[in-house]
Ligand binder design. Structure first.
Ligand code: GDP
Length: 195
Protein backbone atom coordinates (compact mmCIF):
# COMPACT_ATOMS: atom_id res chain seq x y z
CA UNK A 1 0.00 0.00 0.00
CA UNK A 2 2.65 2.50 1.03
CA UNK A 3 4.94 1.82 -1.89
CA UNK A 4 2.31 2.79 -4.43
CA UNK A 5 2.41 6.14 -6.24
CA UNK A 6 1.39 9.23 -4.31
CA UNK A 7 0.09 12.34 -6.00
CA UNK A 8 -0.59 15.77 -4.65
CA UNK A 9 -4.27 16.48 -5.33
CA UNK A 10 -4.94 19.97 -4.08
CA UNK A 11 -4.48 22.50 -1.35
CA UNK A 12 -7.55 23.86 0.38
CA UNK A 13 -7.43 27.33 1.85
CA UNK A 14 -11.16 28.08 1.82
CA UNK A 15 -14.21 26.07 2.81
CA UNK A 16 -15.64 26.05 -0.69
CA UNK A 17 -12.51 24.42 -2.09
CA UNK A 18 -12.99 21.18 -0.12
CA UNK A 19 -13.16 18.27 -2.57
CA UNK A 20 -16.11 15.88 -2.73
CA UNK A 21 -15.79 12.92 -0.40
CA UNK A 22 -14.94 9.90 -2.43
CA UNK A 23 -12.18 8.07 -0.60
CA UNK A 24 -11.46 7.31 3.01
CA UNK A 25 -9.45 10.15 4.53
CA UNK A 26 -6.64 9.87 7.04
CA UNK A 27 -5.42 13.08 8.50
CA UNK A 28 -2.18 14.27 10.12
CA UNK A 29 -2.02 17.22 12.48
CA UNK A 30 0.67 18.70 14.67
CA UNK A 31 2.57 21.76 15.78
CA UNK A 32 4.96 23.27 13.27
CA UNK A 33 8.29 21.48 13.41
CA UNK A 34 6.88 18.41 15.17
CA UNK A 35 8.25 16.24 12.36
CA UNK A 36 5.02 15.85 10.39
CA UNK A 37 6.56 16.06 6.91
CA UNK A 38 9.30 13.65 7.90
CA UNK A 39 6.79 11.16 9.28
CA UNK A 40 4.51 11.33 6.24
CA UNK A 41 7.52 10.87 3.97
CA UNK A 42 8.71 7.89 6.03
CA UNK A 43 5.24 6.32 5.95
CA UNK A 44 4.96 6.68 2.21
CA UNK A 45 8.60 5.82 1.52
CA UNK A 46 9.08 9.20 -0.12
CA UNK A 47 11.87 11.71 0.27
CA UNK A 48 9.99 14.91 -0.30
CA UNK A 49 6.30 14.23 -0.69
CA UNK A 50 5.10 16.19 2.31
CA UNK A 51 7.75 18.88 1.92
CA UNK A 52 5.36 20.25 -0.66
CA UNK A 53 3.13 21.11 2.29
CA UNK A 54 5.91 23.16 3.83
CA UNK A 55 6.59 25.28 0.76
CA UNK A 56 5.52 28.94 0.92
CA UNK A 57 1.83 29.38 0.15
CA UNK A 58 0.99 25.86 1.15
CA UNK A 59 1.62 26.07 4.88
CA UNK A 60 -1.80 27.54 5.69
CA UNK A 61 -3.88 25.08 3.72
CA UNK A 62 -5.11 21.52 4.01
CA UNK A 63 -3.04 19.51 1.55
CA UNK A 64 -4.71 16.47 0.00
CA UNK A 65 -2.66 13.57 -1.33
CA UNK A 66 -4.00 10.61 -3.25
CA UNK A 67 -2.44 7.29 -2.20
CA UNK A 68 -2.92 5.53 -5.51
CA UNK A 69 -6.69 5.56 -5.15
CA UNK A 70 -6.62 3.63 -1.87
CA UNK A 71 -7.24 6.62 0.40
CA UNK A 72 -6.60 10.32 0.72
CA UNK A 73 -3.97 11.53 3.11
CA UNK A 74 -4.75 14.99 4.42
CA UNK A 75 -1.91 17.06 5.80
CA UNK A 76 -3.32 19.75 8.09
CA UNK A 77 -1.37 22.99 8.40
CA UNK A 78 1.13 23.04 11.26
CA UNK A 79 -0.25 24.95 14.22
CA UNK A 80 1.18 26.70 17.24
CA UNK A 81 2.90 29.68 15.72
CA UNK A 82 3.02 31.97 18.73
CA UNK A 83 3.55 34.96 16.46
CA UNK A 84 0.63 34.33 14.07
CA UNK A 85 -1.88 37.21 13.93
CA UNK A 86 -5.19 36.52 15.69
CA UNK A 87 -7.29 36.72 12.52
CA UNK A 88 -5.02 34.17 10.81
CA UNK A 89 -5.43 31.77 13.74
CA UNK A 90 -9.19 32.33 13.74
CA UNK A 91 -9.63 31.66 10.03
CA UNK A 92 -7.39 28.58 10.31
CA UNK A 93 -9.49 27.24 13.17
CA UNK A 94 -12.69 27.95 11.26
CA UNK A 95 -11.50 26.00 8.24
CA UNK A 96 -10.26 23.05 10.29
CA UNK A 97 -13.39 22.92 12.41
CA UNK A 98 -15.58 22.97 9.33
CA UNK A 99 -13.51 20.22 7.73
CA UNK A 100 -13.56 18.00 10.85
CA UNK A 101 -17.26 18.45 11.46
CA UNK A 102 -18.47 17.62 8.00
CA UNK A 103 -16.23 14.79 6.89
CA UNK A 104 -18.03 11.45 6.94
CA UNK A 105 -15.12 9.57 5.38
CA UNK A 106 -12.52 10.91 7.76
CA UNK A 107 -11.53 7.78 9.66
CA UNK A 108 -8.77 9.01 11.87
CA UNK A 109 -6.71 12.05 12.78
CA UNK A 110 -3.19 11.34 13.93
CA UNK A 111 -2.10 14.07 16.31
CA UNK A 112 1.68 14.29 16.28
CA UNK A 113 3.43 15.21 19.51
CA UNK A 114 7.15 15.78 19.90
CA UNK A 115 8.42 13.13 22.35
CA UNK A 116 10.69 15.69 24.00
CA UNK A 117 7.97 18.21 24.72
CA UNK A 118 4.71 16.35 25.35
CA UNK A 119 1.43 18.26 25.06
CA UNK A 120 1.60 22.01 24.57
CA UNK A 121 -1.29 24.48 24.72
CA UNK A 122 -1.84 24.39 20.95
CA UNK A 123 -2.07 20.58 21.00
CA UNK A 124 -4.67 20.70 23.74
CA UNK A 125 -6.68 23.21 21.69
CA UNK A 126 -6.50 20.93 18.67
CA UNK A 127 -7.61 17.97 20.76
CA UNK A 128 -10.46 20.00 22.20
CA UNK A 129 -11.64 20.68 18.67
CA UNK A 130 -11.41 16.96 17.85
CA UNK A 131 -13.36 16.06 21.00
CA UNK A 132 -16.04 18.59 20.09
CA UNK A 133 -16.33 17.37 16.51
CA UNK A 134 -16.18 13.74 17.74
CA UNK A 135 -13.50 12.72 15.26
CA UNK A 136 -11.56 9.63 16.29
CA UNK A 137 -7.94 10.60 16.91
CA UNK A 138 -4.77 8.99 18.06
CA UNK A 139 -1.51 10.42 19.37
CA UNK A 140 1.73 9.70 17.57
CA UNK A 141 4.91 10.63 19.40
CA UNK A 142 7.63 11.80 17.02
CA UNK A 143 11.43 11.98 17.30
CA UNK A 144 11.49 9.02 19.70
CA UNK A 145 15.22 8.69 18.98
CA UNK A 146 15.79 11.87 20.99
CA UNK A 147 14.77 10.24 24.28
CA UNK A 148 16.35 7.50 26.35
CA UNK A 149 14.25 4.42 27.06
CA UNK A 150 13.31 5.47 30.60
CA UNK A 151 12.40 9.01 29.51
CA UNK A 152 10.26 7.58 26.73
CA UNK A 153 8.40 5.28 29.11
CA UNK A 154 7.68 8.25 31.35
CA UNK A 155 6.45 10.33 28.41
CA UNK A 156 4.16 7.55 27.20
CA UNK A 157 2.67 7.06 30.68
CA UNK A 158 2.07 10.81 31.00
CA UNK A 159 0.39 11.02 27.58
CA UNK A 160 -1.80 7.98 28.17
CA UNK A 161 -2.97 9.45 31.50
CA UNK A 162 -3.73 12.83 29.94
CA UNK A 163 -5.72 11.19 27.13
CA UNK A 164 -8.22 9.74 29.60
CA UNK A 165 -9.78 13.20 29.75
CA UNK A 166 -10.32 13.26 26.00
CA UNK A 167 -13.43 11.40 24.88
CA UNK A 168 -12.58 11.12 21.17
CA UNK A 169 -8.97 10.01 21.71
CA UNK A 170 -7.93 6.40 21.40
CA UNK A 171 -5.97 4.94 24.32
CA UNK A 172 -3.32 3.38 22.15
CA UNK A 173 -0.50 5.66 21.08
CA UNK A 174 2.47 5.23 18.75
CA UNK A 175 6.09 6.10 19.41
CA UNK A 176 7.90 6.83 16.16
CA UNK A 177 11.16 8.05 14.76
CA UNK A 178 11.35 8.97 11.09
CA UNK A 179 15.11 9.14 11.42
CA UNK A 180 15.47 5.58 12.75
CA UNK A 181 12.33 4.23 11.09
CA UNK A 182 10.89 3.23 14.47
CA UNK A 183 7.15 2.57 14.76
CA UNK A 184 6.56 3.26 11.07
CA UNK A 185 5.36 -0.24 10.15
CA UNK A 186 3.00 -0.24 13.15
CA UNK A 187 1.51 3.04 12.01
CA UNK A 188 1.15 1.73 8.47
CA UNK A 189 -0.66 -1.33 9.79
CA UNK A 190 -3.02 0.89 11.76
CA UNK A 191 -3.83 2.96 8.67
CA UNK A 192 -4.32 -0.17 6.56
CA UNK A 193 -6.80 -1.47 9.16
CA UNK A 194 -8.92 1.66 8.65
CA UNK A 195 -9.42 1.24 4.92
P1 GDP B 1 7.12 19.66 10.22
O1 GDP B 1 7.27 21.14 10.30
O2 GDP B 1 6.22 19.16 11.30
O3 GDP B 1 6.72 19.15 8.87
O4 GDP B 1 8.55 19.04 10.60
P2 GDP B 1 9.71 18.43 9.71
O5 GDP B 1 9.37 17.06 9.26
O6 GDP B 1 10.10 19.41 8.66
O7 GDP B 1 10.85 18.27 10.80
C1 GDP B 1 11.25 19.35 11.63
C2 GDP B 1 12.68 19.09 12.12
O8 GDP B 1 12.72 17.94 12.94
C3 GDP B 1 13.66 18.82 10.98
O9 GDP B 1 14.88 19.43 11.33
C4 GDP B 1 13.78 17.31 10.97
O10 GDP B 1 15.02 16.88 10.48
C5 GDP B 1 13.61 16.97 12.43
N1 GDP B 1 13.04 15.62 12.60
C6 GDP B 1 11.90 15.16 12.03
N2 GDP B 1 11.68 13.87 12.39
C7 GDP B 1 12.69 13.50 13.20
C8 GDP B 1 13.02 12.29 13.90
O11 GDP B 1 12.33 11.26 13.84
N3 GDP B 1 14.14 12.32 14.68
C9 GDP B 1 14.91 13.43 14.79
N4 GDP B 1 15.98 13.36 15.59
N5 GDP B 1 14.65 14.58 14.13
C10 GDP B 1 13.55 14.63 13.35
Amino acid sequence: LFTRPVTFMLGVAKLEQLPAEEKVEICFAGRSNVGKSSLINALCSRKDMARTSNTPGRTQQLNFFDLDGAFNLVDLPGYGFAQAPKDVVRSWQGLIRHYLRGRVKLRRVFVLIDSRHGFKGADLEMMKMLDETAVSYQVVLTKADKLKKGQMEKRIAEVVTALKKHPAALNQIFATSSEKNTGISELRAEIASLL
